[in-house]
Design a protein around this ligand. Structure first.
Ligand code: NAG
Ligand code: NAG
Ligand code: NAG
Length: 451
């Protein structure tokens, strides 16, 4: 798996900022001030520029953000068959964009691992099942980043090979087939990195929810630098995921609201269980693909631009378990990807409907950019079976900070194995409550401002 521009190594300074982020729960302003000095970590440097969206760094910023997605999309294609074998809503756990906190264009949730809870910012990933967390003895984990100390948790337990979950994690390995008491470990690749983790159990705290006996990977060996530095929370649909492990308690249901990716605040939230569901919400059936059991497939049927349905060949959206084709909702990809014929049709209609902005330009991997302050962006609406989602402008275009340049924040799926997959990505989900109802087999989306 290749990644054109890998995420940067974490520097000690960043560690301080991440720590400050965790400790100063009520002081987001302090983070903003500290981040002013986080610049020039090549090659992702534009993300750390004092203003990555200023006209001078806008293009480089777009390039680094899209390159993260490219490797993500390859990873999504790779997560196939191997493990196929086998009330009043609580406020929820705080979510923030990891863009500045952890130099990763994904979202992180504030979590605690162990007893007493050790704070970590876990990347929210709806397309992976197993969670993994850097543990103290990890070789290759960034030393500048906090890690979990099993020795300091009174509830920590390694899991033996005989445990049922050991056959459901990716590439499980045990010293011998007969030694059920030996420690279970697993390995996988993620982006351009690979990891090996031992399967362990401990308590996971998410806001007021304490999940005891949660099974996850304690990182032992990591190569490459593209892992979420403080660990990943797997919210996929497979047996090793958090929703599956806690099914009796939360009915495989969770929801989140992702704040605008530019926000520095932990103003988003992750809620567990059906109580999290807003009363008024439209939903669409989830489709199960046995070849990609982790992914949340939905039936996208149409896209409207400026109120008019775009003419898209029906096969562009067709759900096909044998090729992996169809549409997924994903929290870990930033920009929505459509298979080429669908993207081109949407883009062409968008170009016809936009008002002002002069000639179309290419910028940082996007092919539909305009300049000028008075550009009027047409409405974009995604239609799913039984649900229509009208996207506000912040979900459709990405703007430079002066507002003078904007780009349609979508692209064609990369022309490779993944060219059959449409991905409704995080930017299209910002400031919406997205409800994943695994037990009811539905996905709901409602506008919610978590800024
Ligand atoms: C465990 O906690 C103690 C006291 O808080 C701390 O000094 C020590 O470094 C921790 N151990 C590890 C391995 O992190
Ligand atoms: C963060 O929250 C504060 C108040 O809680 C608000 O004033 C500020 O605008 C927010 N910042 C961002 C970037 O959303
Ligand atoms: C998707 O929705 C369309 C329109 O309702 C329907 O004809 C089609 O059978 C659905 N596809 C799947 C895989 O459910």
């Amino acid at each position: 798996m290749s990644m054109a521009i890998p995420p940067p190594p974490l520097l000690p300074l960043l560690h301080l900022v991440a720590l400050a982020a965790m400790l100063s729960f009520s002081l987001p302003a302090a983070i903003a001030i500290d981040l002013r000095i986080l610049h020039a970590f090549n090659p992702f440097s534009s993300l750390h520029h004092p203003d990555p969206f200023s006209p001078s760094s806008f293009e480089a910023t777009l390039l680094s953000l899209t390159s993260h997605d490219e490797s993500r999309l390859l990873a999504l294609a790779a997560t196939t068959t191997s493990h196929a074998r086998r009330k009043k809503a609580a406020p929820g756990a705080p979510i923030a964009s990891g863009r500045l906190l952890l130099q990763t264009p994904t979202y992180v949730v504030r979590a605690g691992v162990g007893t007493p809870p050790q704070p970590l910012l876990l990347t929210v990933d709806t397309s992976n099942d197993a969670a993994w967390i850097p543990c103290t003895a990890c070789a290759g984990c960034p030393s500048s980043s906090p890690s979990f100390s099993p020795a300091n948790s009174s509830t920590f337990q390694p899991l033996p090979c005989g445990t049922p979950l050991c056959s459901q994690v990716p590439n499980p390995s045990c010293p011998s087939a007969t030694d059920g008491a030996a420690a279970c470990s697993f390995s996988l690749t993620y982006g351009s990195s690979s990891l090996q983790a031992s399967l362990v159990q401990d308590s996971l705290s998410l806001a007021a929810d304490v999940i005891s006996g949660y099974n996850f990977g304690c990182l032992q060996t990591v190569t490459g630098a593209s892992l979420p530095p403080q660990g990943l929370l797997g919210l996929g649909r497979g047996p090793a995921s958090l929703p599956s492990q806690t099914r009796p308690r939360y009915a495989a249901t969770f929801s989140y609201c992702l704040p605008n990716f530019r926000s520095l605040n932990f103003s988003g939230s992750l809620r567990l269980g059906p109580a999290a569901k807003p009363r008024r919400i439209h939903s669409t059936p989830l489709l199960a693909n046995p070849r990609r059991p982790s992914l949340y497939y939905v039936n996208m049927t149409r896209i409207r631009v400026g109120g008019r349905p775009v003419r898209i060949p029906p096969e562009a959206f067709a759900f096909d378990p044998s090729t992996g084709g169809g549409t997924i909702i994903d929290s870990g990809t930033m920009f929505t990807r459509l298979v080429a014929p669908a993207y081109e049709a949407v883009r062409d209609e968008f170009r016809r409907r936009i008002k002002g902005g002069g000639a179309v330009t290419f910028l940082g991997g996007f092919d539909t950019c305009y300049s000028g302050a008075a550009v009027k962006v047409p409405a974009v609406e995604l239609e799913f079976e039984g649900m229509r989602v009208r996207l506000p402008e912040e979900n459709v275009v990405i703007r430079s900070s002066s507002g003078s340049t904007l780009c349609l924040a979508m692209a064609a799926s990369p022309g490779n194995v993944n060219s059959v997959l449409n991905v409704v990505a995080s930017m299209a989900q910002q400031n919406h409550r997205v409800v994943f109802d695994g037990a009811g087999g539905r996905l709901g989306i409602a506008r919610e401002r978590c800024t």
